[in-house]
Design a protein around this ligand. Structure first.
Ligand code: SF4
Length: 230
């Protein structure tokens, strides 16, 4: 889209501060089932599942953890087997050597510093080996205390298309979203964008004609007038 169409589109939809609440509300109505797709039954399982989900699909992780969580129930269990055995057990999630090393380091720290429990504060979670800000944000949000906003590939793409950020770097996008999204929606917001991104606002060809946000979205293809002939 040429620059003039972009500014025209931004003018058409209005300021992001005025749009954010209707965006959240409409997405909640459109995707009432938008929750985390990773399966877990405890804080520890949640942490391991999120760590395993790097660079692979949630479906793949769920297949692996179905067996994994029967065998490994406590932090000690991950340290009681040779590292090669854990690598084999998580092999299908990819990057199995790095992930096994990170999981074992994390389990050691949980035992030594946190009484075997998963901490809830973001600054504690990011100290765990192999736990980056995104993983920490997902875990904190799922434990009921979001302290930031998860930015994955869908959140990044949709935030940009919706004109909620002009940034490209996930940390800067998160900073913009934190200023904009109401605090009580920090946990739900990424799930809404992820599900909307999977079902409607897909990467290659967004289905604007099926979208509930078309009048609030500067990137909607339904409202773009064709360029005038020169
Ligand atoms: S209107 Fe189109 S580009 Fe905008 S959020 Fe909906 S599907 Fe995506």
């Amino acid at each position: 889209m040429a620059r003039s169409y972009v500014s025209e589109a931004r003018r058409r939809v209005g300021p992001k501060r005025a749009r954010i609440r209707p965006i959240v509300e409409r997405l909640k109505d459109a995707h009432p089932d938008a929750t985390i797709a990773l399966r877990s039954r405890s804080e520890l399982e949640l942490l391991v599942a999120v760590m395993l989900s790097a660079q692979t699909t949630d479906v793949n992780v769920n297949k692996v953890t179905e067996r994994l969580f029967v065998k490994y129930r406590r932090p000690e269990d991950y340290l009681a087997v040779p590292v090669e055995e854990l690598e084999l057990d998580i092999y299908q999630t990819g990057f199995f050597r790095q992930k096994a090393k990170a999981i074992r380091g994390t389990m050691r720290m949980l035992i030594e510093e946190f009484d075997g429990r998963v901490p809830r504060r973001l600054e504690e979670l990011v100290r765990l080996p192999g736990v980056a800000r995104k993983t920490a944000n997902v875990v904190a949000a799922e434990l009921g205390d979001p302290q930031g906003i998860v930015v994955d590939t869908h959140v990044r793409r949709l935030s940009q298309r919706l004109g909620l950020t002009r940034q490209d770097d996930p940390v800067k996008i998160e900073r913009d979203l934190i200023r904009l999204v109401p605090r009580e929606d920090w946990g739900t917001f990424p799930h809404l964008l992820i599900w909307h991104g999977r079902r409607v606002c897909v990467a290659r060809a967004p289905r604007c004609e099926e979208c509930v946000l078309t009048d609030l979205c500067p990137s909607s293809r339904l409202n773009v007038s064709p360029p005038r002939p020169a």
